[in-house]
Design a protein around this ligand. Sequence first.
Ligand code: AHR
Length: 513
Amino acid sequence: MRKAFLSIIAGCVAFTVAAQTKITLNTDLAKTQISKHIYGHFAEHLGRCIYGGIYVGEGNTKIPNTAGVRNDVIQALKDLKIPNLRWPGGCFADTYQWKDGIGPKANRPKMVNVWWGGVTEDNSFGTHDFLDLCERIGAEPYLAGNVGSGTVKDLTDWVTYVNHPGGSPMSELRKQNGREKPWNVKMWGVGNEAWGCGGNMTAEYYANIYRQYATFMTDWDNSSKIYRIASGASDGDYTWTETLMKNIPHKMLAAVALHHYSVLSWTDKGPSVDFNEGQYFKIMEEAWQMDEFIKGHSTIMDKYDPQKKIALIVDEWGGWYNVEPGTNPGFLYQQNTMRDAMIAGLTLNIFNNHADRVRGANLAQIVNVLQSVILTNEEKILLTPTYHVMKMYNVHQDATLVPINIEAPTYDFQGKKLTAVSASASKDAAGTLNISLTNIDYSKPHEVTINLRGEDFSKVSGQILASAKINDHNTFEQPNKVAIKDFAGAKLEKGVLKLTIPAYSVIVLNLKK
Ligand code: AHR
């Protein structure tokens, strides 16, 4: 809803007080769990994500590492509490030969990464390296299987290699390679973008292929621990989702994926840092589209699965821009500004509020690629604004969603309008109410009034991510320019919370009884 803005002229300084955002939180009606897996990440063999970003090799004496994985990255990911990590792609997954990435590293065959830069990789980061990393950081692994160029046997061998307790040729091979116990990987992607880089299949063809693969990707004790995720639609391709929901027996299908990137235009994605307001607005428009796409795909899923047994997993999302000048165009390396913090805050609010159907998501990609939470340069590391938002929001992981009513002003640009303030809230196991707010407005702060219905709270604290300019970002020279700060600007009185949220900022409030 459009609200009026009041401009106050004080001397020569003009500032604007925006109209109210009115929120009601029905704390007594909270019932749906926000799956922690909404806060998942994605590690692809793409550019410097794996090699240089995560893995620097066991013999590296310059960059401190554990089994070749950077210690600073391990620590940053532990601090972030990442619930799951998808690997090895993306498009890369449908070219990956997992058997080339096991056994003594010196004997592993090399490969050419045909999707990303045509570079030669030595397979030194393989299945053991990835699964051990997941154990180290406490994340559940999500393996994306090669359906596009692999075989049913390859993929079922991979399942057996990582999950079978013992006595099978694959589990014995795993033991020979130094891992006695299985990793018990639950989350398996049956291909990736089967409509595109994963094989250019029709939905009908993929649905059949899926049935075949899913039949043989099995548990050995019939406990259905394997969680099969079908390669999903891009954006608003509802026919794809409908075909899968109609043609795949639901007992074989734990989840259907969805991919949506916030992109200016696929021919010129614009700069990651020096963007103008027009480019900013368009990216925010794209980010808001996530809400529309989730509603559209959910409506179709509801038709075939009214009890919502099958999840929608947005296993690729984020902002996608032109690569940084002077870097390899195939490596997709981009900087990360307050604009990305806006995409993250808004998108996570959308996911939380659709927690009944969206039970997983993976931000692309974790280090040195698209909307990364970490950037590295040799021994240097920085945490991006997106990292900070993911960290602030991790209070929602596995908490109970609080139903929200929100009436918010719009952010207007050249006759177009977007809702400026988004929010979501949850109650955690200790009874703390956590409220996340994101104001995507390019220039206006907004006043927010939150009515707390159903329960009484007496204490409020909070954190804010804000910066002087929308293009602000962290660099290796200034890694803490954008950082989380305490926020004491929320006033709680008689069940009503009042605050002002600055332009392009994210606030998370914590309320206790
Ligand atoms: O994230 C980059 C690429 O985007 C992924 O490899 C692919 O799945 C998607 O098209």
